[in-house]
Design a protein around this ligand. Structure first.
Ligand SMILES: Cc1cc2nc3c(=O)[nH]c(=O)nc-3n(C[C@H](O)[C@H](O)[C@H](O)COP(=O)(O)OP(=O)(O)OC[C@H]3O[C@@H](n4cnc5c(N)ncnc54)[C@H](O)[C@@H]3O)c2cc1C
Length: 478
């Protein structure tokens, strides 16, 4: 019998033989106050919060690593870690910034010197970072006006965004139909339709307008989110997975890798979570993974219908990210910042993450939502060719000869099922909003999609983990 791999060393509990299911499988038994499913940022932070409050915990992780949607392999050529998942933060993301300091993760200011390139269909335009190059003054004025309307609309929503007439109206529309109602065809409309993909990997026609608008509001609004001076894109890590590894180190002996949760038995008095080798018994359970993942787990008894149906209406989007390293940041010599955007969906964003110090050139290229469909369906080397071709179109033919190329298609990942933050389809937030975070018996819900602020971000993942831990501690105290 294989015992699950422990992260950070240590012995979890003395193995004990028990029988389980029809085939009489011998399983190790581990007992803790709380079991957490998912060793991404949210699950690890929930566990750490509980452990620091004196509880015993076990974190069960399907993969053979911690970090979930943060993934930072070592780059042999750069001699440091690179990031294929979450990376950018703002100082307003207070929890993640505290952990970055606690675990000494390198944090770099976003490089912003030079112009940006915008791709409209087959044409490229360059201009200042504060504009959308190639957009006429009239289109830009219309785009700015539409942005103001977007802010006015989400500001008009109540604190509980699922309440009231405006919410009811917006929840019946997709974000796509809301934008089309507001703007005629053109670049301004295209630019606004980029937002769901850019921030959440979602297509505008699949997400509820209400869901998207309240998410944007909770993240400080799109102007803040894309701000490279003080906002959501102002600083980035080199090796964000180290935050999760740091927490796993502090949870030494309590994190069980390569252990997908297969079955959950629950009642008023507690839970049993079974992996292939182990039976975890606890008073409480925190789910810190996407609803699409929860749906693959067998429950006994079944979850209440309202919760099961909610999980079916909470899919993931698509995120694909490339990291490309060059001898030199050749674009900087041309007066370019390395930033590339597109109104026609060729790419979500390209950014220079090399930092201000002289050194090699490093770009990331993000393909989210619809833009991911330009890369994901391709096979083998065609994916690399598509990414490099796009970079060459925007920045020059030097882009075709990188020293190193990494590509992560998150939709290909068994334990992520897309990325980056699950979203509600139309008509659901008004229906399920009030009960979204309510525990079901001993089961609590975390994951970035459960956050009220900075949902979809690493900060949201931590906030949701902290909130689930807070619910447990409050219930246990009462
Ligand atoms: C390409 C990309 C770029 C991003 N950029 C940014 C950014 O710049 N800034 C930012 O703040 N955020 C960014 N994000 C989002 C951020 O990474 C996520 O919001 C955050 O990491 C989510 O954490 P989580 O713990 O909620 O979920 P996850 O990281 O998804 O963790 C869930 C964990 O549960 C595990 N799991 C699933 N099923 C089971 C099971 N049955 N049993 C046991 N374990 C299971 C999974 O393996 C996973 O480890 C980005 C995401 C992507 C994909």
């Amino acid at each position: 019998m294989t015992v699950p791999r422990l992260c950070g060393g240590g012995i979890a509990s003395s193995p004990q033989s028990l029988t389980s299911s029809k085939e009489t499988v011998m399983k190790t038994v581990i007992r803790r106050d709380t079991v957490v499913i998912g060793a991404g940022l949210s699950g690890l932070y929930a566990a750490l919060t509980l452990k620091e409050a004196g509880q015993s915990v076990a974190v069960i992780e399907a993969r053979d690593r911690v970090g979930g949607l943060t993934l930072s392999p070592q780059s042999p050529w750069l001699g440091r870690r690179i990031d294929l998942g979450g990376q950018w933060v703002s100082q307003k993301h207070t929890r993640i910034c505290t952990l970055i300091r606690r675990y000494s993760v390198p944090l770099i200011r976003q490089f912003t010197a030079g112009e940006q390139v915008c791709i409209h269909d087959d044409k490229t335009f360059r201009g200042p970072l504060t504009t959308i190059p190639g957009m006429s003054e009239a289109d830009f004025a219309e785009y700015t006006k539409a942005f103001d309307k977007l802010y006015q609309t989400f500001d008009a929503l109540p604190a509980n965004p699922w309440e009231g007439e405006l919410a009811a109206k917006l929840d019946l529309m997709t974000y796509d139909s809301w934008v089309r109602e507001m703007l005629p065809p053109g670049l301004a409309r295209n630019a606004l339709l980029r937002l769901p993909g850019a921030y959440y990997g979602v297509m505008p026609e699949e997400v509820s307008a209400l869901e998207l608008l309240q998410k944007l509001r909770g993240c400080g609004g799109p102007r803040f989110m894309s701000d490279m001076e003080t906002g959501g894109m102002s600083e980035h890590m080199w090796g964000s997975q180290a935050v999760s590894e740091g927490m796993a180190g502090d949870l030494a002996g309590d994190v069980f890798l390569a252990s997908p949760a297969r079955r959950v038995e629950w009642s008023g008095s507690g839970v049993v979570v079974e992996t292939d080798t182990t039976r975890f018994e606890a008073a409480r359970l925190v789910f810190a993974c996407a609803p699409a993942m929860i749906q693959q787990i067998a429950f006994s008894p079944a979850l209440p219908a309202a919760r099961r149906l909610l999980h079916q209406r909470f899919p993931n989007g698509r995120n694909t990210k490339a990291v490309i390293a060059y001898d030199k940041p050749f674009w900087r010599k041309k007066g370019l910042s390395g930033r590339v955007i597109s109104t026609s969906g060729s790419v979500t964003a390209v950014l220079d993450i090399g930092g201000a110090e002289p050194g090699p050139g490093v770009l990331i290229a993000l393909f989210s939502g619809k833009a991911a469909l330009r890369v994901d369906p391709l096979e083998g080397d065609a994916r690399r060719k598509a990414v490099l071709g796009l970079l060459a179109q925007a920045l020059g033919s030097e882009a075709l000869e990188p020293q190193e190329f990494h590509l992560q298609v998150w939709a290909d990942e068994e334990w992520s099922a897309g990325a980056s933050s699950p979203f509600l389809i139309p008509g659901q937030l008004t229906h399920y909003g009030a009960g979204l975070r309510a525990p079901v018996g001993p089961i609590h819900w975390a994951g970035t999609h459960m956050a009220t602020e900075f949902r979809g971000y690493m900060e949201g993942a931590l906030a949701a983990g902290e909130a689930a831990a807070g619910q447990i501690l409050a219930t246990d105290k009462a």
